[in-house]
Write a protein that binds this ligand. Structure first.
Ligand code: ADP
Ligand code: ZN
Length: 725
């Protein structure tokens, strides 16, 4: 019998199992490993059952079977598939599916109070022991199910001792119970009346639920009602008795989404993200595995949860690079979600106003179906987007807002409407240098400048989290207090805006000011309640939000994302700016968007101003096709890293020398990574570039199998890389 352990080992291990355990593939078991005991899963290999090579007498026994629902077959095949694709040990992938081992411990018993026949009934007025407090407890219990003692006391407005006294009297007794299941979303509740366009998109999504595996792109402008449309598919999934999974790029910020969901379905969905407390993770994992959580919304790792009855997957904002997991098991949650849907034979819906080129090409080639929502819902129109040519109308010296944007802000704020300034840069200034000698303040363990955060009074490295106070003297020439801040971050823009509009209520929103769901929803409320006039934020405010009174969006530096050698720089900038622009004018009042740029002729700016997405994508596709870049070719990045530069170099050179050769692929590098040092580790990159049809995994496996790096050097394999740092 083979058991896969959630550890980065080569594969499943062989064990013996007593007949009477009745073990079957998918069962969770406790198995010995060395001196430890580990929880693993009985594994059946996808293709053939490799016979064990060890003699029987060397095999150890599985200790016991856990009382947990087994890991369903499609999930086991998914774990195998992801491991094979990403070239990671299957146990490392299984670990993501088990994620909270405590969830597998037997649940702690819960005891609830219920009334016994000894309790006096409500008419018993003569009973001296029936005090007013005790009477309230009894009447609380009469109106509902058994309650935990603590909850019962709270509900009746009495102290815990009152309940304890009634237990002693024998009026109440404790019974063992299960955690009361949370209210479940109701698929039978009516949603909003859909427009004809929305109906035309929702109907095929609902029909797809009966049709096995399919991929549908739901492509609609910002504010078109895409969420309402896929809510219809979720409702139908619930009615069919299946579970639904919704992946969002940044679940911690999805306050508005959660509120809308609860209003539509009468109950909150299960949530899964990195900020959940351990107990919440454990309960959610169990609720999913037991089929109690009917709808789960989560970040990328939710994809590995053990849904037994998954019927639908939705990937909202499918173009978002946040779906790419960059460390540990490196995978793209959108792509793996499609795989999970295929293995589970269920439909998946990819949702976006700016679909990725990957998805667009899959639609063109007929692999995915597309449904379109061409207009905003109701009377809302798409905002008017204009470029502000910074060469012709530059901002004043040491300022960042050009006259046209200043004028627009003045008239929007003057009219009592809300405005937003977008700059994808946290802090006050991205670079601090010494005016005496030109020295630039750099992170001691990364190839990166320190970013000044003036409000917090610190310099920070955005790559490793290093922080220090601003030094008084230049570390290079010793000059005192000669530092100059170069370039703007959101704090600096806020400073300028405050000087221009001293009475406006201005707020900065970045990942520094929004830590989690609670602060995010408080912000949303302030914005909806019109307690903020001017919002200044990074990409955290760019997505998803619906603020009816927000009519002006100013992009402080529209060119910011275009520099650097990233192959998706144009595509990403277009998507991000389009999203940001989409925040403006979402209700009756029309929206206006100003893009400050030094390159108004750049295809990205042209596409945004003209609204001609198709042409932009066609140009982008042509360039990628010509160069053989994704999605028309395939890439695998290998990052060699370690603290000892010489050893890193030696390993990288060795990889370069032993590079595989072939007609339809090539290896580029090794070269120092743009982030040549990160957290004190030196980094070198190699890139395998192949034609689309090439099966890259065996090539990479053979290649890396032939080198034997020292222990201090790490090789990270990134199939389909999105980051080139
Ligand atoms: P998208 O996801 O495409 O950006 P949303 O689903 O957020 O668009 O819809 C934009 C706004 O319009 C939301 O406030 C939503 O509740 C509202 N809306 C969309 N469709 C309808 C509808 N059929 N009836 C009522 N309100 C709708
Ligand atoms: Zn650093």
């Amino acid at each position: 019998m083979r058991v896969l352990l959630p550890l980065p080992l080569a594969g499943p291990y062989d064990y013996l199992a007593a007949e009477n355990l009745g073990l079957r593939p998918g069962d969770f078991v406790q198995a010995p490993l060395g001196r430890r005991s580990v929880i693993g899963v009985v594994w059946d290999d996808a293709d053939d059952r490799q016979e064990t090579k060890l003699p029987r007498e060397r095999l150890r026994n599985v200790a016991s079977r856990l009382d947990t629902p087994p890991l369903a077959t499609p999930i086991r095949r998914f774990v195998d598939w992801v491991a094979g694709y990403t070239l990671t040990p299957p146990g490392a992938v299984l670990r993501m599916a088990m994620s909270v081992s405590a969830a597998l411990d037997p649940p702690r018993p819960i005891f609830a109070c219920r009334m016994t026949p000894a309790a006096p009934d409500s008419g018993a007025t003569a009973d001296r022991k029936l005090t007013a407090a005790r009477r309230r407890v009894l009447s609380a219990l009469r109106g509902g199910p058994p309650r935990l003692p603590r909850e019962l006391a709270r509900e009746a407005g009495v102290g815990a001792t009152v309940v304890r006294g009634m237990l002693d009297l024998g009026w109440l007794e404790l019974i063992q119970t299960r955690r009361a299941p949370a209210a479940t979303p109701d698929g039978a509740r009516a949603g909003p009346v859909l427009s004809a366009d929305q109906r035309r998109a929702a109907d095929p999504l609902v029909d797809a639920l009966a049709g096995g595996f399919s991929v549908t792109l739901l492509d609609g402008v910002t504010g078109a009602g895409k969420t309402e449309v896929y809510f219809e598919a979720i409702a139908a999934t619930l009615r069919a008795g299946k579970q639904a999974l919704v992946l969002l790029p940044e679940i911690a910020l999805s306050a508005q989404w959660l509120k809308r969901f609860a209003e539509r379905f009468g109950a909150a969905p299960g949530e899964w993200h990195s900020e959940l407390a351990a107990s919440a993770r454990r309960n959610t994992w169990r609720a999913v595995a037991a089929g109690e959580a009917r709808v789960l919304v989560g970040a990328r790792s939710a994809l590995f949860l053990p849904f037994p009855e998954l019927g639908l997957i939705v990937v909202d904002e499918e173009h978002e690079s946040a779906f790419k997991q960059e460390d540990g098991v490196v995978y793209h949650a959108r792509d793996m979600a499609v795989v999970r849907a295929r293995l589970t034979e269920i439909p998946i819906v990819l949702v976006s106003a700016t679909p990725s080129l990957e998805t667009t090409v899959n639609v063109e080639q007929g692999r995915y179906r597309a449904l379109h929502l061409p207009d905003r819902h109701g009377d809302a129109a798409l905002p008017k987007i204009e470029a502000v040519d910074m060469r012709r109308t530059p901002p004043p010296r040491r300022a960042w807002l050009a006259p046209p944007l200043r004028d627009a802000l003045a008239s929007t704020l003057g009219a009592g409407e809300q405005a937003m300034l977008f700059l994808n840069r946290r802090g006050y200034a991205p670079l601090t240098l010494c005016r005496a000698c030109g020295h630039r303040l750099q992170c001691p363990s990364c190839t990166a400048w320190l970013v000044e955060h003036r409000l917090a009074g610190r310099l920070q490295c955005h790559h490793c989290g290093y922080a220090s106070g601003l030094p008084r003297e230049c570390p290079s020439c010793g000059a005192e207090e000669r530092f100059a801040a170069c370039g703007p971050g959101v704090e600096r823009v806020a400073e300028e805006a405050t000087a221009l509009f001293p009475t406006a209520r201005i707020e900065i929103i970045t990942s520094d000011t929004i830590g989690g769901p609670a602060t995010a929803s408080a912000f949303v409320e302030r914005m909806e309640g019109r307690e903020i006039d001017l919002l200044i934020g990074t990409q955290i405010v760019a997505k998803g939000h619906h603020f009816p009174a927000l009519t002006l969006v100013g992009v402080v530096d529209a060119d910011l994302g275009l520099s650097g050698g990233d192959l998706r720089a144009s595509e990403r900038t277009y998507q991000l700016l389009h999203q940001v622009a989409g925040r403006a004018g979402r209700a009756e009042r029309p929206g206006r968007v100003l893009l400050q740029t030094y390159m108004p002729e750049h295809p990205v700016m042209q596409a945004l101003v003209s609204g001609d997405r198709a042409r932009f994508l066609a140009t982008e596709a042509q360039a990628r096709r010509r160069g053989g870049w994704p999605p028309f070719g395939r890439l695998v990045a290998i990052v060699v890293s370690g603290a000892d530069e010489a050893e890193v170099d030696r390993t990288a050179r060795q990889l370069g020398k032993s590079r595989p050769r072939g007609d339809d692929f090539e290896v580029l590098g090794p070269a120092p990574a743009p982030l040549a040092i990160l957290r004190g580790r030196h980094r070198r990159r190699l890139l395998l570039k192949a034609a689309r049809g090439v099966n890259v995994q065996p090539i990479v496996r053979d290649w890396l199998g032939g080198v034997d790096p020292p222990n201090s050097v790490r090789l990270q394999i990134d199939i389909d890389p999105y980051s080139f740092l």
